[in-house]
Design a protein around this ligand. Sequence first.
Ligand SMILES: [Zn+2]
Ligand SMILES: [Zn+2]
Length: 269
Amino acid sequence: MPNYICTTCGVQYADSDAYPVEICKICADDRQYVKPSGQQWTTLDALRQAHHNEIRTVEPNLTGIATVPTFTIGQRPLLIQTPNGNVLWDCISLIDDVTIAALNVLGGVDAIAISHPHFYDSMVEWSRAFHDAPIYLHADNEPWVMRPDKSIVYWETETVSLLPGVTLIRCGGHFPGSTVLHWADGAEGRGVLMTGDTIMVVTDTNWVTFMYSYPNTVPLNRAAVERIAAAVEPVAFDRLYGGWWEKVIPSDAKDIVRRSAERYIKAIS
Ligand SMILES: [Zn+2]
Ligand SMILES: [Zn+2]
């Protein structure tokens, strides 16, 4: 029985002999949307026929992976290589033999961590492909898990250390369990923050923003933005990677997050 994948958000559902639900629960949520043409589904096999993954080094020990042509939200997950193991940050729907072989050359995947439900995608397939690697999701996002699995580790604290120098930080905001990843050795030791949709690099890459819904342009309130800024304040970072190839702040990212939070709060006050 197929594990259907929503063609709008890319999230894969538990196996079913019929379509899992009439409307994808992730897309029915007011942060997302159902296309005017209606709900559509695909499968991983069908996806493999029409798409492949582009794999590219973005800095030493950091590799980006994204699907070509773009499928659904078009995000670019990152593989972090450390002396103690590799972490896949965020996920996409398409996984194929070429991708698995390429990542195995880099040392494979020892753990998967995902910022929020819009990027849960085919996470269980990715775990299976890499020896049932544990998938770290914040427990507050469990209601949006459409394919429950024994590989999922729900963490409940405000931070969790995955490996030396690799820490997950719960920020909330976009989703209650929205998470960022801090990589201490990144950016030549100045520190890297990977932010998914929790902290979004905007068109002017000297700024970031913080939204409840990006496609529907719904802002967060003051308390939520203050909480996000406070959550990342204790860690050192100079570079910030958002969820897409072009969403990168090469340096001075910590100051940019700070002043972007101030600008945002001023604008909504
Ligand atoms: Zn969906
Ligand atoms: Zn999102």
